[in-house]
Design a protein around this ligand. Structure first.
Ligand SMILES: Cc1cc2nc3c(=O)[nH]c(=O)nc-3n(C[C@H](O)[C@H](O)[C@H](O)COP(=O)(O)OP(=O)(O)OC[C@H]3O[C@@H](n4cnc5c(N)ncnc54)[C@H](O)[C@@H]3O)c2cc1C
Length: 142
């Protein structure tokens, strides 16, 4: 079992740059919580400071939806659960850290039981992005 890829580059660096290298932010604080409780606590803390917490995926978007400088940025790369409705294998739920490639691997895996190899729609063919990020941008919107 591999560790999940860390999104957002070096977690200790306050610099953020997108995949296309045309958007960047400085002075950011990167957060990689592991539990819902940690996410909730982070939301409360940043809110009490009057700040903004910006969730990001794999940073493939290249429009000005990128985080501003000096903001708190949330990466949910530790949230990898994929689950399937036991009565309907076309209904699948993914957590926000799931990459398109991971969803595709899971869709064809034995873990899926009778649903294995059945069609699951994906918003874009780019495999390195998160499913949520692709939904948020409609693959190539803002
Ligand atoms: C043909 C094509 C054209 C494309 N054109 C564009 C384009 O015009 N503009 C563009 O921006 N991208 C474009 N893309 C890039 C890219 O594929 C999508 O933006 C990408 O799917 C985003 O996924 P990501 O994981 O990299 O998300 P990110 O780029 O990291 O985030 C994208 C958006 O989703 C939000 N987001 C991510 N995770 C969460 C979360 N957990 N909760 C709430 N919000 C969240 C972010 O705040 C951000 O606003 C294009 C891709 C293709 C294939």
């Amino acid at each position: 079992m591999h560790d999940p890829p860390i999104l957002g580059g070096d977690p200790a660096s306050s610099f953020l740059i997108n995949f296309g290298h045309n958007e960047q932010a400085t002075g950011v604080r990167k957060h990689h919580p592991k539990t819902y409780e940690e996410v909730a606590s982070l939301v409360r803390t940043v809110r009490s400071q009057g700040g903004k917490l910006r969730p990001m995926g794999a940073l493939h978007s290249w429009s000005n939806i990128f985080p501003e400088d000096d903001t708190d940025v949330l990466f949910l790369d530790q949230f990898k659960k994929i689950s399937q409705d036991p009565t309907d294998y076309t209904r699948v739920t993914v957590q926000a850290g799931v990459l398109q490639s991971e969803l595709a691997d899971w869709a064809d895996s034995a873990e899926r039981g009778p649903g294995r190899f059945s069609y699951l729609s994906q918003a874009t063919v780019v495999t390195g992005v998160t499913f949520v990020g692709a939904c948020q941008t409609a693959s190539h919107g803002r």
